[in-house]
Design a protein around this ligand. Structure first.
Ligand code: CP
Length: 310
């Protein structure tokens, strides 16, 4: 197995063994991510980031990962500051970027944009979120957080809650969890169910999937509750968003019926779907999840750029 030079467009591009390798390597990266050890694994490497949709965690954790391992970044943080605003195509933009750095990290509002970018680029492309499509590097850190918090990725019962229609993190994560044999419980407003293509794919994988609209029933014997924000920016119609906004919220009363060791994750940003009162409970792992984005992306960058992650 080698990830060197590979595009990471969809989590489906990675085998279970490759995912495990990234997670294992991310543990070796912890002292570098914490800043207690200086890293030089990526000395001389340049990462190009092209973010055509807002981001806090994904962009800054990639930049942090590079900086702490001795690499450098060149970044387009906003489409308006690039020549896309003068009418340059995405294809040409990516072709240009591939002349500069050693790999490209792309976030784009259109599903399929990262796959197109991979065709335009002769350098590896890492998908940092393409519309309502995929967010594979988020899945890697989600799994790393579950592994750390629960101690295993085997035999988990995971509730996927919220906007399963537009939530790209869920589309990636559901596949990966199925690879690890997890039992999935889908809980969403009726209009925000998992897309048919993703559901059929899980069925083809032989995944154990159920739907449960009642939150208290969904979480009763779950190991992990993965909460998502309703992706307001993907709705064509504000009235449609207003109909589902605020339709679920995790607070202490909701978690009273959960296992004491239930782990609550969220890719963030959150709006109101997790009450701040949960932050200081043993359930909350979403800020640890944010931090683990750094060692996981360190591991992935090392493997893609150099073929090793020590
Ligand atoms: N989780 C995530 O993708 O966050 P950002 O949108 O802030 O990058």
């Amino acid at each position: 197995m080698s990830l060197k030079g590979r595009d990471i467009i969809s989590i489906r591009d990675l085998s279970r063994e490759e995912i495990e390798e990234v997670i294992k390597a991310s543990r070796r990266m912890l002292p570098y991510a914490e800043g207690t050890k200086a890293g030089h694994q990526l000395d001389g490497h340049v990462l190009t980031l092209a973010f055509f949709e807002p981001s806090t965690r994904t962009r800054l954790s990639f930049e942090t990962a590079m900086a702490r391992l001795g690499g450098r970044c060149v970044t387009i943080a906003d489409a308006g500051t690039s020549s896309l605003s003068k009418g340059e195509t995405l294809y040409d933009t990516i072709r240009v970027l591939s002349a500069y750095g050693d790999a490209i990290v792309l976030r784009h509002p259109n599903e399929g944009a990262a796959r197109l970018a991979a065709q335009a680029s002769n350098k590896p492309v890492l998908n940092a979120g393409d519309g309502a499509g995929q967010h594979p590097t988020q899945t890697l850190l989600d799994l790393a957080t579950m592994q750390e918090a629960v101690g295993t990725l085997s035999g988990l019962k995971v509730v996927l809650l919220g906007d399963l229609k537009y939530g790209r993190t869920v589309h990636s994560l559901a596949h990966a969890l199925a690879l690890f044999g997890a039992e999935l419980v889908l809980s969403s407003p009726p209009s925000l169910k998992l897309p048919d293509e993703v559901r059929e794919h899980l069925d083809e994988m032989g995944a154990k999937v159920t739907e449960e609209g009642q939150l208290h029933r969904a979480i009763r014997d779950a190991d992990v509750l993965y909460v998502t924000r309703i992706q307001r920016e993907r709705f064509g119609d504000e009235a449609e968003y207003a109909r589902v906004a605020g339709s679920y919220r995790i607070d202490r009363a909701v978690l009273a019926g959960a296992k004491p060791r239930l782990v609550v994750l969220h890719p963030l940003p959150r709006t109101a779907e997790i009450a701040p009162e949960i932050d200081d409970t043993p359930h909350a792992a979403y800020f640890r999840q944010v931090f683990l984005g750094v060692p996981v992306r360190m591991a992935l960058l090392c493997l893609v750029l150099t073929g090793k992650a020590q």
